[in-house]
Design a protein around this ligand. Structure first.
Ligand SMILES: Nc1ncnc2c1ncn2[C@@H]1O[C@H](COP(=O)(O)OP(=O)(O)OP(=O)(O)O)[C@@H](O)[C@H]1O
Ligand SMILES: [Mg+2]
Length: 423
């Protein structure tokens, strides 16, 4: 190991939904409590009006839920590699873009870890999905370069990357043996796979992934079950002449997409919706939409969808929309959830099968499937993967900490486990 990285490298899992940091202590992962008493923190930020500092994690979520005035953002990782990265906005009286915002988030992770450990961390071993963007190699490379830039702004001198499913494999505790194991890491933004065998060290046969995770599930469920209550598909009378047209789909796509919600609160969107409300054949749904934009309730709606998704994994549930209108809810049965997510789940299954092909093995060769990532708790996902690997034993590891555990272990020797950023 290069000498000056020794003992100064922080393992960081910068996740779409949750982030965490850790180091190796006596050969075991030690997760640093970045938030009081918790090994992970929500990847969210809040810029309060009149505040001097950005708040992050649970504090940011609390500020949103308390209805404090300000700008909330979540799913920041999904913006990497997109043209939104460089868009400047005013926050805390300063012009900032997403490099600044993600940099500030990572900088706070760094300084809190340093305060907890009474030392400095100049270097990072960062997780990254195998593919930030499924089909577009250039975008994928741009996303990695964007993330490097964010780490530099956070004050790290240098970093190495370890792909997230391989990190989970490192920490999986799979015993030595000739059999092949498959890591299935379904997070908030991506699904990542790693086929490996444990011998003297970990022998990786293939890593692969697709841009599909829990935030995509939220989006699909929102579009199918909630957005119709807010005017998706509603008819708007033509201002001049006869006839009517459906509301523009792009508006609902954005409102159902975590990272795009803040961009809807601009005056011109509200003006357009106010006009549609006046001309709507049935005004009620458009009134609700106007309320959501005017009161900036888009994230609250997204949280309600996410909570409904998690509940409907166990029983027929409701998406509670009383924040929009007293008593308003959207039923979400277990079957309804499965039907809505059929394509997403099929894509994940195909992603796993493609990884087996890359590894040069057959589904029957997999002796163990290790599930990690919050969205691997979803039963339709588990069932699809069990079908894909019919001979495998199913192993459920710490859904929210397996990746950071591996990064913490790898941080003891980032030159061996990590790889240099591409550019
Ligand atoms: N019990 C549950 N059932 C289904 N989904 C869940 C459950 N608990 C959490 N989730 C979902 O898991 C996702 C977060 O998982 P996780 O923290 O592993 O993602 P992440 O590491 O932040 O994302 P990524 O690795 O894709 O960048 C969210 O979409 C959340 O809604
Ligand atoms: Mg993850």
């Amino acid at each position: 190991m290069a000498h000056d990285w020794a003992g100064k490298t922080l393992g960081i899992d910068f996740g779409t939904s949750n982030s965490a940091a850790g180091v190796a202590v006596a050969g075991k992962p030690y997760l640093i409590p970045i938030e009081q008493g918790a090994p992970t923190l929500p990847t969210s930020v809040f810029f309060g009006v009149g505040a001097s500092q950005m708040s992050m994690g649970s504090a940011a979520n609390r500020a949103l839920i308390a209805g404090e005035e300000g700008r909330y953002m979540r799913a920041l990782k999904s913006v990497l590699g997109t043209s939104l990265m460089g868009e400047m906005r005013m926050f805390l009286g300063e012009k900032m873009n997403f490099y600044d915002i993600i940099g500030a988030f990572l900088s706070q992770v760094k300084s809190r870890a340093e305060a907890q450990c009474h030392q400095t961390f100049d270097y990072a071993l960062s997780g990254r999905p195998v593919r930030f963007h499924s089909a577009d190699a250039d975008r994928n490379a741009r996303a990695e370069a964007d993330l490097v830039e964010c780490y530099m702004r956070a004050g790290f001198k240098d970093l190495r990357f370890l792909v997230e499913p391989e990190a989970a494999a490192l920490a999986s505790g799979v015993p030595r043996g000739p059999g092949l194991s498959l890591i299935v890491d379904i997070g908030g933004g991506t699904s990542d796979f790693c086929v490996f065998r444990m011998s003297d060290g970990i022998e990786v046969l293939a890593n692969s992934g697709i841009r599909m995770g829990g935030t995509n599930f939220d989006k699909r469920l929102s579009l199918d079950h909630v957005m119709p209550l807010l005017g998706k598909g509603a008819l708007i009378r033509n201002e001049m002449g006869k006839g009517a047209m459906a509301t523009p789909n792009s508006l609902f796509q954005k409102l159902a997409t975590w990272e795009q919600i803040p961009f809807l609160y601009a005056g011109d969107v509200k003006r357009d919706v106010a006009k549609m409300m006046r001309l709507a054949v049935e005004p009620k749904p458009m009134e609700r939409l106007f309320e959501v934009l005017d009161m900036e309730l888009g994230h609250e709606v997204a949280f309600a969808v996410e909570a409904g998704k998690i509940r409907s994994n166990e029983e027929d549930a409701q998406i509670n929309l009383s924040i929009v209108e007293k008593g308003l809810g959207a039923p979400l049965t277990q079957t309804g959830m499965q039907t809505s997510l059929a394509k997403e789940v099929a894509d994940i299954k195909q992603g796993a099968l493609d990884t087996l092909t890359m590894a040069g093995c057959m589904p029957e060769d997999i002796v163990r499937v290790v599930f990690v990532g919050g969205s691997s708790l979803l039963r339709p996902v588990q069932n699809a993967l069990a079908e894909a690997c019919p001979k495998a034993e199913l192993d459920y590891r710490d859904a929210f900490t397996a990746v950071v555990d591996g990064l913490a272990l790898g941080s003891a020797d980032p030159m061996r486990f990590g790889r240099q950023p591409a550019a």
